[in-house]
Design a protein around this ligand. Structure first.
Ligand code: ADE
Length: 248
């Protein structure tokens, strides 16, 4: 639900979730909130009661847009109604995974100074932010959410493995990757990756995932369960990188 359908459609035309739609794996519909305004000027915003700068999005067009689109909702069907807002819960891989389990989602994009509070209180089920900064509207955040969800829909990515090895999928950042040539400007690909020994490659990748996470996002390590083998690798990393000595 947006005031800028062309913007959503333009991104969609080149997005992965367009390919997913063509394969029949997902559907994506853009609805113009302005189509649900009540006057000939197609007004969707109004002044704030109590005074103050800026305009707010009026409740009626948003409620009516959502109710119209969900008029075929079945008894007991659970459909998240997500409001994109910098006041929402910060988007994480876990949230994306949760949203990807629903058959249908409604995403509302805001503009102006915000929404009439009754939209939050009586219509939406989730409020989502994509980070601690303020954008001029909810469209880009909504597209970020759609893109992230589409990658988790079975069959959308070339191989299911690519979503599973992504950074965050198992709580760690992804290990470094290389392609040809094996040597470029004197910079060599690590020998183990060229060895053909899958056991060694897997162990190297796990260790480098751990190292990268320790270096860049040590906070992520608190939320995951580490195996005995991981703890051993972490000890090796600490010896190799003394600056990481004090971590976990
Ligand atoms: N709308 C404006 N800024 C936003 C943000 N950071 N996340 C989600 N929606 C927004």
């Amino acid at each position: 639900m947006t005031l800028f359908p062309e913007m959503c459609q333009a991104v969609y035309n080149d997005a992965l979730f367009n390919i997913a739609s063509n394969k029949g794996l997902m559907e994506y519909h853009v609805h113009n909130i302005r189509d649900y305004s009540h006057d000939r000027h197609r007004t969707v915003d109004d002044y704030t009661f109590g005074g103050g700068a800026g305009m707010l999005m009026k409740p009626e067009p948003i409620f009516e847009a959502v109710e119209d689109v969900l008029s075929d909702k079945k008894e007991g069907e659970e459909i998240p109604i997500i409001l994109m807002t910098p006041q929402g819960k910060k988007l994480s891989h876990a949230m994306v995974r949760e949203f990807s389990c629903y058959d249908r989602l409604v995403i509302i994009c805001g503009h102006y100074e915000g929404f009439d509070e009754r939209v939050r209180e009586h219509l939406v089920t989730h409020e989502v932010s994509i980070g601690d900064y303020v954008l001029s509207g909810g469209e880009l955040p909504a597209l970020v959410l759609c893109d992230a969800i589409s990658r988790l829909v079975p069959g959308v990515l070339g191989s299911d493995e690519s979503a599973q090895t992504d950074s965050y999928a198992d709580g760690l950042l992804e290990y470094p990757q290389y392609t040809r040539p094996p040597e470029y400007r004197g910079w060599k690909v690590p020998d183990i990756l060229l060895s053909g020994d899958h056991g060694k490659v897997d162990k190297w990748r796990r260790k480098e995932s751990l190292r990268r996470t320790m270096q860049r996002r040590p906070d992520l390590l608190e939320g995951i369960s580490l195996s005995k083998q991981d703890l051993k690798l972490i000890e090796e990393i600490k010896e190799e990188n003394p600056e990481l000595q004090d971590l976990i």
